[in-house]
Design a protein around this ligand. Structure first.
Ligand SMILES: C[S@@+](CC[C@H](N)C(=O)[O-])C[C@H]1O[C@@H](n2cnc3c(N)ncnc32)[C@H](O)[C@@H]1O
Length: 254
């Protein structure tokens, strides 16, 4: 029976064979990999991936789609909201977990933040996202796209935009351009208090047009910060490393 795409689940199914091949080539799955796919849908990516891997974990919220996928003996289906999945419970053969998915765009940022909690067990992530979101993820300081998302991901991942995907590659087509991003956790990430860092970056970018003196200045006072930091700048002018250095000065880790 034909599945009718459900808008509330952000369902846009890949239908362009050339794009599917290009994504699978970019992922380069190996039989020794332990991989999990978020939102397999009608298995456009799932099928070629599992052919190369032999086995794949998939996380699907839509009950009907999860039911269809269960008939596939090489898949372990986790029927759940991905934001509730504890990725540390997914078995890995050896090494680390590889995470892939053509994500539901309405919750792509919460998914990226949820996965930050598991970055230490992840080898890499390949995600199809709204191109505009990827532009923000990989943006450099002083550009209009440099945002909270850029800082929150760049301190922990090396990222690159690997493929542009136009709306007509999907059925039904989304109203936006898409792209595929590769995210590789940094081998030697800085030691920081992630919660404090997240709070600080949120405060810094809360009013992008204002100088940090008016936004971050007060927050730093409440934290008892007595070091030096140039607050005569806007949040988007500050390099990621400077945010890292700042949070390390506020609360040196034990
Ligand atoms: C953009 S579609 C991609 C489908 C398929 N991978 C493809 O490329 O054709 C997103 C998929 O994520 C599923 N999904 C939506 N919200 C979800 C959630 N919170 N947790 C897990 N899966 C979800 C949808 O049901 C859908 O199958």
């Amino acid at each position: 029976m034909k599945h009718i795409a459900r808008k509330r689940f952000g369902q846009h199914f890949l239908s362009d064979g050339g794009i599917i091949d290009a994504i699978v080539d970019a992922i380069a799955p190996q039989p020794s990999d332990s991989m999990v796919e978020i939102g397999p849908g009608l298995a456009a990516l799932t099928q070629p991936l599992v052919e190369r891997l032999g086995h794949l974990h998939v996380i699907e919220l839509d009950r009907d789609l999860a039911q269809r996928l269960r008939s596939h003996s090489q898949l372990t289906v986790i029927e759940s909201d991905v934001l509730r999945v504890d990725f540390s419970q997914i078995p890995v053969k050896a090494g680390k977990l590889r995470v892939v998915g053509n994500l539901p765009y309405n919750i792509s940022t919460p998914i990226l933040f949820h996965l930050l909690d598991y970055v230490h067990i992840v080898q890499d992530q390949h995600f199809m996202l709204q191109k505009e979101v990827i532009d923000r993820m990989v943006a450099l300081p002083d550009s209009a796209d440099f945002s909270r998302l850029s800082v929150m991901l760049q301190w922990r991942y090396a990222m690159d935009n690997v493929l542009f995907v136009p709306p007509e590659s999907f059925d039904p087509p989304p109203r936006v351009d898409s792209a595929v991003v590769r995210m590789v956790p940094l081998a030697q990430p800085p030691a920081i208090d992630v919660r404090l860092f997240s709070e600080m970056v949120q405060v810094a970018f809360s009013q992008r047009r204002k100088l940090l003196r008016h936004t971050l200045g007060h927050w730093l006072e409440t934290k008892g910060f007595s070091g030096t930091f140039d607050l005569q700048r806007r949040a988007q002018e500050v390099p990621v490393q400077a945010y890292v250095d700042l949070v390390q000065q506020i609360q040196p880790l034990a």
